[in-house]
Design a protein around this ligand. Structure first.
Ligand code: URA
Length: 232
């Protein structure tokens, strides 16, 4: 891989900054100064040091974001895009949200540049569980059972799911699908409406309670291993 790309993939330099650092002799590879940003090395074995810091090559990044309201889960250059909540260097790493949450839905959103894993986690084949905390217009036991059993909506029949109520207007729902407006449409179908929706679990990941809305962090080693295992 090109030396400037090894540096920019580390997240510490933009591609231009990486090129400048190399040309100015601030980068060594295996102890020797290299001034050619286009020089190619094996990113997994070369010892690259820039500005005195060893650069570990990280191929893929996985970020947990606590999505705030009034943000959209797209990569497009939309001022409301969740990607704007990440530092610039992350925005340059071809990252994208793994799945969509509605503009007013809050909570756990995985952002990555690992297309294969994202695809696997979203694929119906993997039945990845997604749990949402909700508030709704009051529902009774009959509606709860209907939600759980699967409902005929205009373009699909929802799969059986789990709905736990703490009172007639609050609870948690765990679904294994991710159809457009799925939870809202399911509640509408039983004569209720969702008034608050927050994703608290996705593919075994638990929303980190220490993240404020709009805050993010990289996944821990353990979380990363878990989603890679699920996506296998
Ligand atoms: N279901 C919805 O209706 N909206 C979301 O954002 C996620 C699941």
């Amino acid at each position: 891989m090109r030396l400037d790309k090894i540096l920019s993939d580390s997240g510490l330099y933009s591609r231009k900054e990486a090129g400048d650092a190399v040309r100015r002799g601030r980068v060594t590879v295996d102890g020797i100064v290299c001034r050619d940003p286009g020089a190619k090395f094996d990113e997994n074995s070369a010892c690259v040091v820039a500005d005195g810091k060893q650069i570990g090559y990280v191929k893929f990044r996985y970020i947990m974001l606590n999505k705030p309201s009034d943000t959209v889960s797209t990569t497009e250059d939309d001022p409301k895009s969740v990607m704007k909540l990440l530092p610039l260097e992350y925005q340059k790493m071809d990252m994208f949200p793994c799945g969509r949450l509605d503009i007013d839905t809050l909570g756990l959103l995985l952002i990555t540049n690992d297309g294969q894993t994202a695809h696997a986690l979203l694929s119906p084949k993997h039945h990845c569980e997604k749990t949402y905390r909700f508030e709704c217009l009051p529902i009774d036991e009959d509606a709860r059972v209907r939600l759980e059993s699967g409902l005929e909506l205009s373009d699909f029949v929802s799969k059986p799911c789990k709905v736990e109520l703490s009172d007639p207007t609050h609870g948690e729902i765990t679904v294994t699908e991710g159809k457009y407006h799925q939870v809202k449409r399911m509640f509408h179908a039983v004569g209720s409406e969702i008034t608050y929706l927050e994703r608290i679990r996705f593919a075994g990941l638990e929303l980190d309670a220490s993240l404020e809305r709009g805050q993010w962090r990289e996944l821990t080693e353990g979380e990363m291993k878990m989603i890679l295992e699920i996506a296998k």
